[in-house]
Design a protein around this ligand. Structure first.
Ligand code: ADP
Length: 403
């Protein structure tokens, strides 16, 4: 392997996010996003981080992912970072669902593509989009190693007691129903970075990671290995999220179908896209919810309370799962930025050794930091996640090993 650059691609159904990193120092050379692929109003936003200068935006129809990646390649070439460069060592792809099959980052070949395809029934929204990105990138650079990094991989260490639902295992196995968990790349990165923040090896610490973005999930990590996580067969289970309900009595679904007369697709849309904070108060952005609470808005206040109540329950549950906890780490958009969420989530948990120091908690920053008082038994930390860096690191390590 001669190159030191890795292109990270995160391909959604109508979007393509990318970052180009130099693995000699993990620096970011360029980053960007193509949105609304397939529509008339597509937009490419490219930030030439290494070259400096302002972000460049281009509007106009981009028909498909192939055209999107070619447009990205052109922008990179303008910065002298073309994808045909020998400096490019590999392309790393975020793949949402790796099932039980993929426990590690994997070099992509036809058999790997076929297996990701086989998982489409359990990830109908995400895996097809991820595959489109993979196929497009392979067509553009067939000679280059491409690596799939799976959102589920970090969670494959969960014991059966945490991964199984309490249903007939024959039915579960026939339909591959089990708790897979998601955001694994973030949970892996943040749990490691938290150990580093504490000055310890990952093997020596137990961490509860709270990834609170638009999607949200918690994980219990014992000695660097995930032992439980809040998302399940799909990302719908667990915490209250921006637009997803999280945990609910499954009978609500029967009730909505039988009594409410809703179709399965309507219920799917309701629970995934129109529930959570958005369903409760009409907003899914925590900034807007806090602003409304400050103005005395009751619906926003109740949405916040339900969100925090669920979060607190998971902290307690994972404390019990782990037995002893060294740190609770908050990450992603809400976790990194919303001090009131962090404060409310651990309020009243002094008996468990958990507290935030109001002064420390109020300080903003983009570095990992501890926001609990010095005397606290358990560290409460804010640890910015970096899924792209993690994907690039895993990709580069794997390609380096294979060459
Ligand atoms: P995702 O990657 O899941 O789309 P992010 O991790 O970027 O999400 O988080 C997005 C969410 O973070 C927003 O919906 C918003 O609720 C929250 N957020 C971002 N910035 C702030 C902030 N300054 N204060 C409070 N919440 C914030």
């Amino acid at each position: 392997m001669t190159g030191t650059r890795v292109l990270v691609l995160n391909s959604g159904s109508s979007s393509l996010k990318y970052q180009l990193l130099d693995m000699r120092d993990s620096s970011r050379l360029a980053a960007g996003l193509v949105e609304r692929i397939g529509e008339q109003t597509s937009r490419l936003k490219h930030t030439p981080l290494a070259a400096g200068g302002d972000a460049r935006e281009a509007d106009g129809p981009i028909a498909d992912h192939d055209a999107a990646l070619k447009a990205v390649a052109q922008e990179l070439a303008r910065d002298g970072l073309g994808l045909d460069s020998p400096d490019l060592a590999a392309i790393g792809h975020r793949v949402v669902h790796g099932g039980m099959f993929f426990t590690e980052p994997t070099v992509i070949d036809d058999a790997v593509i076929a297996e990701i395809e086989r998982l489409i029934p359990v990830a109908p929204l995400h895996n097809p989009a991820n595959l489109t990105g993979i196929r497009t990138a392979r067509a553009l650079r067939p000679d280059l190693p491409q690596v799939a990094v799976f959102d589920t991989a970090f969670h494959t260490t969960m014991p059966e007691s945490a991964a199984r639902y309490a249903i007939d295992p024959r039915i579960a196995d026939r339909h591959r129903i089990r708790r897979y968990g998601f955001h694994g790349t973030s949970h892996a990165y943040v749990s490691r970075a938290t150990a580093e923040l504490l000055g310890k090896a990952p093997e020596d610490v137990n961490v509860i990671v709270l990834h609170l973005g638009n999607g949200a999930s918690a994980s219990a990590v014992r000695g660097g290995r995930c032992v439980d996580t809040s998302m399940g067969l799909t990302p719908l289970e667990g915490l209250v999220m921006g637009t997803r309900s999280g945990d609910m009595d499954p009978a609500v679904i029967f009730h909505l179908a039988r009594v409410g007369g809703m179709s399965m697709d309507e219920i799917d849309t309701l629970l995934n896209k129109r529930s959570g904070l958005f369903g409760l108060c009409g907003d899914n952005d925590m900034r807007e919810i806090r602003r409304r609470i400050d103005e005395g808005d009751e619906a926003a206040a109740l949405a916040f309370d339900i969100y925090v109540h669920r979060l607190k329950k998971y902290i307690g549950a994972y404390y019990a799962v782990l037995g002893t906890v060294d740190a609770v780490a908050f990450t992603a958009g809400v976790g990194e930025n919303a001090a009131p969420v962090r404060e409310a989530a651990v309020a009243g948990l002094e008996g468990l050794g958990l507290a935030v120091d109001p002064g420390r908690n109020a300080v903003r920053g983009d570095r990992p930091r501890i926001v609990s008082p010095d005397a606290a038994r358990v560290a409460v930390a804010v640890v910015p996640t970096d899924e792209e860096l993690e994907i690039a690191t895993q990709t580069y390590a794997l390609v380096g090993k294979n060459t």
